[in-house]
Design a binder for this molecule. Structure first.
Ligand code: FES
Length: 164
């Protein structure tokens, strides 16, 4: 079991997203909704992650082998459609798409970036070089040509289980 987690999550309102697109920036709500940051979407991201101290499981995310469990009472933002999470240590993207959870590898099939992601309008964008994927992992825009691997998701009560 691994308790040292690095996560990134976010959500954008339509008006806020359009404002940021005009400004040429993207906004991501950092881990646990505590901190905000902006980054330029045309360059390699600075690393705006919010690491949790080793042994801190208070974020409700547990990684055990190929299984990730997320306590949706703690990660409650994920209950809202359009919100998403990057679990960097597990190289996994999770999003709520119209009330259903999807999970994909965060390792981009273009050249392997695994942490420079944004999500909006039901699309994951790898900001390393601009590849865009749908919630099933299919390529909508290159340079990537191969889909992202999709993982299984199951909800039981307030626990989301992702099986890689
Ligand atoms: S590594 Fe994702 S677009 Fe290049």
């Amino acid at each position: 079991m691994e308790n040292s987690l690095i996560t990134r999550s976010g959500s954008l309102s339509e008006s806020r997203r359009k404002f940021l697109e005009k400004a040429g920036t993207s906004l991501v709500l950092a881990s646990l909704g505590v901190a905000f940051f902006t980054s330029c979407s045309t360059t390699e991201d600075a690393d705006p992650i919010s690491p949790n101290p080793p042994g801190n499981s208070s974020n409700g995310i547990t990684i055990a082998g190929n299984t990730i469990t997320i306590n949706l009472s703690i990660q409650s933002a994920l209950n809202t459609s359009g919100n998403w999470l990057l679990i960097q240590n597990a190289r996994t993207l999770v999003a709520n798409v119209n009330g259903s959870f999807v999970a994909l590898t965060s390792v981009c099939t273009h050249s392997g970036c695994d942490r420079n992601w944004t999500f909006g309008n039901n699309r994951f964008t790898c900001t390393c070089h601009g590849s865009i994927f749908d919630p099933s992992g299919n390529v909508l825009q290159g340079p990537a040509t191969q889909p992202l691997t999709q993982f299984g998701t199951q909800v039981s009560g307030t626990t989301l289980t992702i099986t890689k």
